[in-house]
Design a protein around this ligand. Structure first.
Ligand code: KG4
Length: 337
């Protein structure tokens, strides 16, 4: 039995978690409100806020777990991808604490951690997918279809060649004057809207890749033309516009997923990342799962956006293999270099 402290600081959430093996004892997240008024994450402000938050967040996670730092067996941290200034805060903190406690470090890839969030054990006792499984990872910065052979072997079989799904929803929300991040607002308003109100042209990429820049332009032009005819178009039809945009993005995501599941004959299907909190995506994948006899795995809402619990479980898998990282490891901002 081992206690692992996990630290996540890749973007604008400072988070710390304590795991007892793969069982989650505590998961504390300090979100940064400072970015809201800028309509997006300001990297310099994010790293400053991490610097302010990291000590109280870690302290709180240890207290919630009811353990002393001297009981820790290892420290897992997000090494990348992410914003450099943000990552540096978590990485430096993890290294210093590990050195002072003389315990090993576990460096974790943020995207793999999202996928492995399905293996966090907690009071809900939810089942985990069996290997190999297919995971649709959808967040603000990434859209990927990943074949997961084991916790140690994942292959990206498809990805966006331009914008991510979350970024697309956030940009459309900005056009609609909704607060940042716009994804959850679109989700809420869409519940009262008609998804067939507007249609947009979608790019059809080969294989399992995605492209969202074309659909974003199509949404922008459609709304611009409608506004010319009717100045209050956005305000008067906001629910229907949100429902149409959301359904367009979710259809694009799921069409590729269905194709990949069929081609690879995979029955265990999972979603992960911030956009996997979307209620329409959840509803549609459950529906599709029933129609195709898939076992569908949907993460708990608190494990969808950035959190240290997923870093903890990814670190635990590395701990089992004694795959420790050295003090020389530096953060990386893009997908593994
Ligand atoms: O994984 P995540 O927390 O981190 C980054 O990629 O930074 O994902 C954030 C993204 C944002 O684009 C946000 O709008 C989106 O997840 N998101 C949602 C929902 N909740 C968060 N998108 C649609 N519906 C939601 N309910």
């Amino acid at each position: 039995m081992s206690y692992i402290l996990a630290i996540e600081s890749s973007c604008d959430d400072t988070s710390a978690a304590v795991m007892k093996d793969s069982y989650l004892l505590s998961n504390v997240i300090a979100s940064q409100k400072v970015h809201e008024k800028y309509g997006g994450v300001v990297p310099e402000l994010a790293s400053r806020a991490h610097q302010q938050n990291i000590v109280p967040v870690v302290d709180c996670a240890l207290k919630d777990a009811n353990i002393d730092k001297k009981q820790l067996d290892a420290i897992a941290y997000t090494r990348g991808p992410g914003l450099l200034g943000s990552l540096l805060v978590g990485v430096s903190f993890a290294k210093s604490l590990a050195q002072s406690l003389n315990i090993p470090l576990l460096d974790v890839n943020h995207l793999e951690a999202h996928v492995l969030s399905h293996f966090i054990k907690d009071e809900n006792n939810s089942p985990s997918p069996s290997f190999p499984f297919l995971c649709l990872l959808v967040s603000g910065g990434n859209t990927q279809l990943i074949m997961v052979d084991s916790p140690y072997k994942m292959e990206i079989i498809g990805k966006t060649i331009d914008d991510a799904a979350g970024e697309t929803l956030d940009k459309v929300a900005k056009i609609l004057s909704l607060p940042y991040p716009g994804g959850p607002h679109i989700d809420n308003l869409a519940k009262k809207g008609n998804k067939n109100f507007l249609t947009f042209s979608k790019a059809n990429m080969p294989n399992y890749d995605y492209s969202f820049s074309g659909v974003k332009t199509s949404i922008l032009y459609t709304l611009r033309d409608k506004l010319k005819e009717e100045p209050s178009f956005l305000k008067d039809n906001i629910n229907d516009i949100c429902a149409s945009v959301q359904s367009c993005v979710v259809d694009m995501l799921l069409n590729k997923m269905r194709k990949a599941a069929k081609d690879f004959k995979i029955k265990d299907i999972a979603i992960a990342g911030g956009v996997s909190a979307n209620s329409y995506l959840r509803e549609k994948i459950i529906e599709m799962g029933k129609a195709n006899s898939w076992n569908v795995f949907i993460p708990k809402i608190s494990y969808t956006t950035d959190n240290a619990a997923m870093v903890g479980v990814a670190g635990y898998f590395k701990f089992l293999k004694k795959d420790f990282s050295s003090l020389e490891e530096v953060p990386y901002t893009r997908l593994q270099q």
